[in-house]
Design a protein. Structure first.
Length: 584
């Protein structure tokens, strides 16, 4: 048995906090300063955390290793279990050719690049974030924008900025699930569960969502873009924000971004049926390799009465009957066939249907019982907090059937049937998904193991007690802490794992609401996504700008800080009587 101590290093809280910070300092320096590979930084920081736990916090070696093993297991199931299977579903659409149908469907809505930025980067990017997260939306939407004629650096900047408001509910609310797990283990507040934390985040990020589309059209076309397309930007932001609030508070936390992205897209498409901008804005063709804004001419075409515009289509090779030819020459789905378009949207409709059914109260309660859900204490782990009470984090909840990742497997099977993907091809896509994500899997498992070791040994508790010295000012630091975590790790899930418990413990010592502070970590973190080295590298590589991440960083850094300060103000107001009524 191991019991935590608040100030184990020479009886000094300051020295103890400094030692407790060593694993985080190691992670941040290796990722941000030395630019080490993420999995190497994660594993190294985990080793440092174990050494600190044993050498300074007097945790038995066996207990430290067991705590790390539970964290690694949680990192794979349910966290990575969601991501892997969600990306598999996406890969099935690519394998069948229906992702190209989906891209063409978006292109046909409008030739205006400002509106395409809203529909593809914001709406569709949010849907991809909802299903997969972890950089997937940036990688995919950047390529789609480039195919539609966007300048490389502008396409990358738009994709990065758009990938903010949906991030907290990404990968079927994986960051919220992680936040609930690490915070409930250090506090007995019954509101630190997925539903309450999701509801609180759903009362913060929707306000941010209203601004993001306006930022996108400004990045694409400056003041003229805002003047001419503020209406679809506002419609998209309001539709997304309201839907995100409603879904997170009254429907389903895992489904939040799916609902919000589809409603926002439908709202914009509906608006475009009765309204068009006074001019259609596109970029003139850019010479290969040119990546800076302003090096190519912008093209503005006055709309006709019908709203049609001069639009350029990406040339595609076609096979017999006008069907697109794949790499192997096999017939591909027609991008104009209405039935194929419906099939392209089918995977997302299937996911919504499955998760809606499992969120029916009776079904949800039934799946929470044995044998579908099996809670058990992690073998050999025996931990106590400073007060001598057992840590709830010792209980591992193996909900093998109702887990979001398992439900995604069912969705993938149905998707393969609808898209007529053979079992062999679907299985190959599944294996390829694991191979594609092998380093990401190791990284996430290492970071979650690190978080569990720090939480179990008392390192997080000590840091929380030290930060409590900031008093009421901590409410302003809270979103910044989340931003720092995401900026370094590239993941809101990892940032919540690292700092979620710290936020709650500090809140308890400063008299702040723990639900508000935990949610602020996730909501503040989303702005760090656009400046994280991982996301910058993904975006730069996708547009052929590898090695020029610094140019892209300068393009988005100001927006990241501006939106972060906006979120700090929201959280501060929610800690006062002004917006305190928003806390569930």
């Amino acid at each position: 048995m191991f019991q935590q101590t608040l100030d184990p290093v020479a009886g000094s809280l300051g020295l103890s906090a400094l030692c407790a910070a060593l694993p985080l300092i190691t992670l941040f320096v290796m990722l941000g300063g030395l630019k080490t590979k993420a999995w190497v930084a994660g594993v190294t920081s985990l080793v440092v955390a174990i050494v600190v736990a044993v050498a300074f916090f007097e945790m038995p070696v066996g207990q430290a290793l067991l705590a790390g093993s539970e964290g690694a297991a949680f990192g794979f199931f349910p966290i990575l279990w969601i991501v892997i299977n969600a990306i598999w579903v996406y890969n099935l659409t690519v394998a069948s050719g229906h992702f190209e149908v989906l891209r063409h469907s978006f292109e046909s809505v409008s030739a205006d690049h400002r509106i395409q930025a809203i529909i593809i980067a914001f709406c569709f990017g949010a849907l991809l974030e909802a299903l997969a997260g972890f950089g997937t939306p940036v990688a995919i939407t950047v390529v789609m924008l480039m195919a539609l004629g966007f300048e490389p650096i502008k396409a990358a900047a738009v994709a990065l900025i758009a990938n903010t408001a949906p991030v907290a509910f990404g990968a079927l609310a994986t960051p919220i699930i992680t936040l609930a797990t690490v915070t409930s283990g250090v506090s007995d507040d019954p509101r630190l569960d997925v539903d309450h934390l999701g509801a609180m985040v759903g009362r913060q990020t929707p306000i941010l969502a209203i601004l993001v589309p306006l930022v996108l059209v400004f990045v694409v076309d400056g003041k003229r873009g805002v003047k001419q397309t503020w209406l679809p930007a506002i419609v998209a932001g309001l539709a997304f924000g309201i839907s995100q609030f409603v879904a997170s508070n009254y429907i389903s936390v895992p489904l939040t971004d799916i609902v919000a992205s589809l409603v926002a897209a439908a709202a914009v498409v509906g608006l475009l049926r009765v309204w068009q901008p006074s001019e259609t804005f596109t970029h003139a063709e850019t010479p290969s390799g040119v990546g800076d804004s302003g090096t190519s001419g912008d093209r503005v075409t006055a709309n006709t009465a019908t709203g049609n515009a001069d639009r350029g289509h990406v040339a595609t090779e076609t096979g017999p009957g006008g069907r697109m030819a794949g790499p192997s020459g096999a017939a591909r789905p027609s991008v104009t066939d209405r039935g194929e378009v419906w099939k392209a949207y089918a995977p997302y409709l299937i996911i919504i249907a499955i998760f809606s059914i499992t969120n029916i109260t009776a079904v949800k309660e039934a799946l929470a019982e044995k044998p579908w859900t099996i809670p058990f204490q992690w073998p050999g782990l025996d931990l106590r907090n400073v007060a001598g009470d057992p840590l709830s984090s010792m209980t591992y909840n193996f909900n093998w059937l109702p887990a979001a990742g398992t439900l995604m497997i069912f969705a993938g099977i149905l998707t393969a049937i609808v898209l007529k993907v053979s079992p062999a091809r679907a299985l190959k896509a599944y294996v390829d998904t694991y191979i594609e994500l092998k380093w990401a899997i190791l990284t996430v498992m290492a970071v979650l193991a690190l978080a569990y070791v720090m939480n179990s040994s008392g390192q997080t508790t000590t840091l929380g007690a030290w930060l409590a010295g900031a008093g009421g000012l901590f409410v302003l630091l809270s979103p910044m802490l989340g931003w720092l975590g995401v900026a370094v790790t590239g993941s809101d899930t990892s940032a919540n794992a690292l700092f979620g418990a710290l936020q709650v413990q500090t809140a308890a010592r400063t008299g702040l609401d723990p639900v508000l502070m935990a949610a602020a970590n996730s909501s503040g973190g989303v702005m760090g996504k656009m400046v994280s080295p991982q996301n910058l590298a993904i975006a730069a590589a996708a547009v052929g700008m590898a090695g020029r991440e610094g140019d892209l960083f300068r393009k988005v850094f100001g927006w990241s800080i501006l939106l972060l300060l906006f979120m700090c103000v929201i959280v501060w107001l929610q800690s006062t009587a002004v917006l305190g009524w928003m806390i569930p």
